[in-house]
Design a protein around this ligand. Structure first.
Ligand SMILES: NC(=O)c1ccc[n+]([C@@H]2O[C@H](COP(=O)([O-])OP(=O)(O)OC[C@H]3O[C@@H](n4cnc5c(N)ncnc54)[C@H](OP(=O)(O)O)[C@@H]3O)[C@@H](O)[C@H]2O)c1
Length: 271
């Protein structure tokens, strides 16, 4: 059975491939961008912060990997012409897109549904779901130019089994599982595009700190340790695999905190 987290990438595994990653300036997106470049992909770094993207671009250049490109796109504010411009630029520069990783995301707040702030709800759903839908739709023509393309949506444990207080974030991740299933079903048999979701599990990032401020962050795996599963799903190792929901880490063992019922303890098991 195909298990992306057991994958061992080879040095030129993504050679000749063009892979676009949202939220590539920090956290998991940055780590995956660097890993893809190490495997010889041409990486398109998509994000809203030019300085962060420049820094990743520089790291890729310093490592002697294929030159990356930068696409500034704020997923909260982007309008149709911004997405069109990105699709046109990709087509002009590369002629196709072989991998698209939807990694950017917003946590929102950990709040009971009864009290969830409506504007925050709308922001989270927009960035996490609607923007990913629009970007996918606008990039489908470029993905169709590839003979072996892969779309990966970033999942979460709380988007596979609902958990109290995770509000818009959890709902947005459930929606991405649905979007992935619908799209994979539509494309199967009529295109070379596969569509899957990948839950990174716990990773030492800004979002993790925001969700678990009292946790010792040093006990949480670095994003760099999780990239093999991303390479597997974005590259040739997953050819023919579509409509799946995968995990970059083995499932967490049930703990006493996970079984507890106070709001605090529910927000402290893995996301
Ligand atoms: N860390 C975990 O434990 C964990 C667990 C399960 C799932 N995940 C998922 O993994 C993905 C990456 O998260 P992370 O942990 O690496 O957190 P992170 O470091 O906070 O990264 C989130 C990324 O999303 C980008 N982003 C947010 N709003 C954006 C917008 N409006 N336009 C463009 N980019 C935007 C951020 O850009 P800036 O750098 O400019 O802020 C950042 O690059 C997310 O989808 C998250 O839900 C993480």
């Amino acid at each position: 059975m195909f298990e992306p987290r057991d994958h061992v990438p080879t040095p030129a595994e993504l050679a000749g491939r063009v892979v676009a990653i949202t939220g590539a300036g920090s956290g998991i997106g940055r780590a995956v961008a660097l890993a893809c470049a190490r495997c010889q992909a041409s990486v398109v770094l998509i994000g809203r912060d030019a300085a962060k993207l420049d820094a990743v671009h520089g790291e890729i250049a310093a490592a002697g990997s294929p030159e990356a490109s930068i696409a500034l796109l704020d997923l909260e504010r982007a309008v149709a012409r911004d997405y069109d411009a990105l699709a046109d630029a990709l087509l002009e520069r590369y002629g196709r897109l072989d991998g698209l990783l939807h990694n950017a995301g917003l946590l929102g707040t950990l709040t009971p549904i009864e009290h969830y702030d409506v504007p925050t709800w709308c922001r989270v759903l927009h960035v996490n779901v609607t923007a990913a839908f629009v970007l996918t739709q606008l990039l489908l023509p470029v993905l169709k130019k590839s003979s072996d393309a892969s779309v990966v949506f970033t999942a979460s444990s709380v988007g596979r089994r609902g958990r109290a207080y995770w509000g818009a974030y959890a709902v947005s991740k459930f929606a991405l599982e649905g979007l992935s299933q619908v799209l994979s079903d539509e494309l199967e048999g009529i295109s070379h595009i596969r569509v899957n979701t990948l839950n990174p599990g716990r990773a030492r990032t800004a979002m993790r700190r925001q969700a678990y401020p009292a946790e010792d962050i040093n006990t949480v795996p670095l994003p760099e340790t999780l990239t093999a599963a991303y390479i597997a799903l974005l590259g040739p190792a997953s050819r023919g695999v579509t409509g799946g929901a995968f995990d970059a880490q083995p499932p967490a063992r049930p703990s006493s905190t996970a079984a507890a019922s106070s709001p605090d303890s529910k927000a402290r098991s893995s996301s």
